[in-house]
Design a protein around this ligand. Structure first.
Ligand code: AMP
Length: 280
């Protein structure tokens, strides 16, 4: 079946309604385009959980703290549509900024759990933009399920919270982080790394794995994280924003390892901000 491209809220709502009234289940995969194998793994997962897969592409201006980052956000609609077609999704929803935020728009969804830490501490307001646009997408599309990557673990935490708190009838399916062969977590922004930066970028994940090994052998969490930060910064490549271990269920900082713990890290490499997280 050919991929159907929909650009208006009225049309996506009506198409999904048609599918649902014919007894089909629908899964939404929200993206900002610039698609890579991580996004495609979400489409594959969506095909496992539902009959119909809707991919949305919307570079949401309200979640960018830096206007340059928004202006230069990588994306190529034609290429993305080819990837989505190849992966076998059924519908793609590509609204304009005006369709999402018409004149007079003045509502914000703000989740108050799992914030003030990690990315939110460094990108204030970012998750309000995410929570607002994701709530809108859920209400516009009316899918039964949605897939999100664990790569953006704090985002996933916040989205699960808002679905529970606002009683949105959708089930969230998390999917594991897809990596390059050298361990670098895939991200649309990796396209902005220059050759030298791309070469050293996997050191972030390597430092995380080394810290995990030390911690799992009984070493102190704070010492392992401090050492990793020091080593990443000593090479003059990275500027570390955070490198810490938290409970993956409560997002609270921990000083004793358990199976629920995750190691979270974010670091700048030149103008590119890399984030990653792994289970302890
Ligand atoms: P984005 O286009 O960056 O907003 O991401 C759209 C979705 O893809 C989100 O649910 C992300 O968590 C997910 N995603 C991004 N990178 C990866 C990755 N490397 N592996 C798995 N999922 C990812």
């Amino acid at each position: 079946m050919a991929l159907e491209i929909v650009r208006s809220v009225a049309e996506i709502r009506s198409r999904v309604n048609d599918y649902k009234s014919n007894g089909k289940t629908v899964c939404l995969v929200p993206t900002m385009g610039g698609l890579h194998a991580g996004h495609l793994s979400l489409i594959a997962k969506a095909k496992e959980v539902a009959d119909i897969v809707v991919v949305s592409i919307f570079v949401n201006p309200t979640q960018f703290n830096n206007p340059d980052d928004f202006e230069t956000y990588p994306g190529d609609e034609e290429k993305d549509l080819e990837s989505i077609t190849r992966e076998g999704a059924d519908l793609v929803f590509i609204p304009t900024v005006n369709e999402m935020y018409p004149e007079g728009f003045s509502t914000e969804v703000k989740v108050t759990a799992g914030i003030d830490i990690l990315c939110d501490a460094h990108r204030p307001g970012h998750f309000d933009g995410v929570a607002t646009v994701v709530t809108k997408l859920f209400l516009q599309v009316g899918a039964n399920f949605a897939c999100f990557g664990e790569k953006d673990y704090q985002q996933l935490f916040i989205i699960k919270r808002l679905v529970t708190d606002l009683n949105i009838p959708i089930i969230i399916h998390p999917a594991p982080t897809v990596r390059e062969n050298d361990g670098l977590a895939m991200s649309s922004r990796n396209a902005r790394l220059n050759k030298a930066e791309r070469k050293v970028a996997p050191q972030l994940n390597q430092a995380m794995q080394l810290a995990r090994e030390k911690i799992n052998k009984g070493g102190s969490i704070s010492k392992a994280c401090e050492k990793a930060k020091e080593q990443l910064e000593s090479k003059d490549h990275f500027k570390v924003e955070y490198f810490e271990v938290r409970c993956g269920e409560s997002m609270v900082l921990v000083d004793k390892p358990s199976s629920k713990c995750r190691l979270f890290a974010a670091a700048w490499l030149g103008d590119v901000r890399l984030i990653d997280n792994i289970k302890l």
